[in-house]
Design a protein around this ligand. Structure first.
Ligand code: G6P
Length: 479
């Protein structure tokens, strides 16, 4: 098949994701260029891509109509153009106005619009066609995340010879919530185009299998779905992780060590630093955690000379209404808390609305005594894992929401229910007052977990299971 596609270069591995693993940057001379984005996914997939002559299909983040395939650090990248309407209806609309809130426990109200759905289908089809074009005979295609759930089925129709894996980076909702979606059956059938569907947690995989049985009517047994055409689809958990040794090395570097000391100094060397780093997203529980901290200060349990809260909020999805409102709410809260509780030179909250490179993040992690991660719902939460990887001296307390996927692995954190304001205040105070021995005991255990389960192990296990999944199909057809 590959040979008949004149002019197309065939690849043995195709990664399909909404975003390319690079960011558009402006160089000193004013020219636009690409820079590798700091995300862990690229570093995980990079070795696999190199070993298999891989290519990565994704959106550049802009609205350029024409962009040619290009190579950065030896990685082959194929940009997908998105029109303004598509950005607004596929990315901001169906992906982030419908699916994101629906898959995150309805923390915000999802909107259901038929035009958004139509554009979602159209964009998914274009990604599937591009993947079909680039994949060699019998190649492996790995499709990522909620923006592209129809790609597996569309791709299988175009290219039945391919081995297709799908991985969902965000939670998969309980069946009762998923049923609200007017296009629930199409999404389930879209995912069933894959040989292996991966989720963060076992509970998510179970939700999916149950929905397939109830809504589509296929036979299932444990983690397997049996399709009428004889194919088998497996649904399983692959908790994602970070480049733990990379972060640790960075945290140990002289530059980061010096920068961490500088940060503490700049904050007036308070006894303890609390830290939050999140995309500015309503699922992250930023507002509630700042309120909890504010109450502790106003009640006198904490003093601004002893403690400061550093909150970094990374700008995100700024044209979506829920996100704009959230920004205003947090601006107002931070202003009020500092106005009420701060003193000259010692604010209660040190708030930054910006994104930082990995080096600065590592320095913040090293400077912070207490990391506060309190999402209402989160697929995994890699910030919690990054903090642990950077605590090279086995100290530092992690306050972590029970509703982050990471809580299933980081059992020694101070676990909290972010809806319980008093519980959250108590946990912040306990972490603040904990004995160094206790902090170290907990951190050691968490560091061991992260060192043993890094992002490379994650990518390897998904790829291995995907190969096995295909073998199951083969033995079936041979029988
Ligand atoms: C989450 C999603 C990713 C997404 C990222 C950033 O981690 O799982 O698919 O790329 O957020 O969001 P953005 O909308 O900027 O791509």
């Amino acid at each position: 098949q590959a040979a008949t596609r004149v002019g197309a270069v065939a690849h043995d591995l195709v990664i399909v994701a909404n975003r390319l693993p690079v960011d558009r940057v402006t160089e000193k001379n004013g020219r636009a260029a690409w820079r590798r984005s700091p995300g862990g996914l690229v570093s995980a997939i990079e070795p696999v891509m190199r070993a298999h002559d891989g290519v990565w299909i994704g959106w550049s983040g802009g609205n350029e109509a024409r962009l040619k395939p290009f190579t950065v650090d030896g990685l082959h990248l194929v940009p997908m153009a998105m029109s303004e309407t598509e950005i607004s209806e596929h990315y901001e609309g169906f992906s982030n106005g419908t699916l994101w809130p629906l898959y995150h426990d309805l923390i915000a109200k999802p909107e259901f619009h038929r035009e958004w759905w139509d554009t979602y289908v159209k964009v998914n089809r274009r990604f599937a066609e591009k993947a079909a074009d680039l994949a060699a005979d019998g190649a492996t295609v790995w499709v990522h995340d909620y923006q592209l759930q129809l790609v597996p089925q569309m791709l299988r129709e175009l290219r039945p010879d391919l081995r297709i894996g799908f991985y969902l980076h965000i939670p998969f909702p309980p069946t009762e919530l998923f049923q609200q979606l007017p296009w629930r059956r199409q999404i389930l059938e879209g995912l069933l185009g894959a040989d292996l569907v991966g989720f963060q947690l076992p509970g998510a995989a179970q939700n999916f299998v149950r929905l397939v049985r109830q809504r589509v009517g296929h036979k299932t047994h444990r983690d397997l779905v049996y399709l009428p055409d004889g194919r088998t689809v497996r649904a399983a958990a692959f908790p994602i992780s970070i480049d733990a040794s990379g972060f640790e090395e960075l945290a140990r570097s002289e530059a980061v060590t010096a920068r961490a000391a500088e940060i503490r100094e700049a904050l007036g060397n308070p006894r303890k630093i609390f830290l939050g780093i999140d995309r500015l997203d309503y699922t992250k529980g930023i507002y509630a955690r700042l309120r909890a901290f504010g109450e502790l200060v106003s009640e006198g349990a904490l003093d601004v000379d002893d403690a400061v809260f550093v909150q970094v909020a990374v700008p995100s999805r700024e044209r979506v209404e829920h996100y704009r409102n959230l920004r205003d709410d947090i601006d107002r809260l931070v202003g009020r808390l500092n106005g009420d509780l701060g003193r000259i030179g010692t604010p209660a909250i040190s708030y930054m609305h910006t994104s930082y490179p990995r080096e600065e993040m590592a320095a913040l992690y090293r400077a912070a005594d207490i990391m506060v991660v309190t999402p209402y719902r989160d697929g995994m939460n890699l910030v919690a894992k990054e903090y642990v990887a950077c605590r090279i001296e086995d100290d530092g307390a992690l306050v972590l929401s029970e509703f982050a996927g990471a809580a299933e692995e980081l059992r020694q954190a101070w676990l909290v229910n972010p809806y319980d304001m008093n519980g959250m205040k108590a946990a912040l105070l306990e972490a603040f007052q904990a004995q160094p021995k206790e902090v170290t005991r907990r951190m050691r255990a968490m560091r061991k977990q992260i060192a043993q389960h890094d992002v490379k192990a994650w990518a390897d296990s998904f790829m291995t299971e995907l190969e096995l999944a295909e073998d199951v199909q083969h033995t079936k057809t041979l029988r």
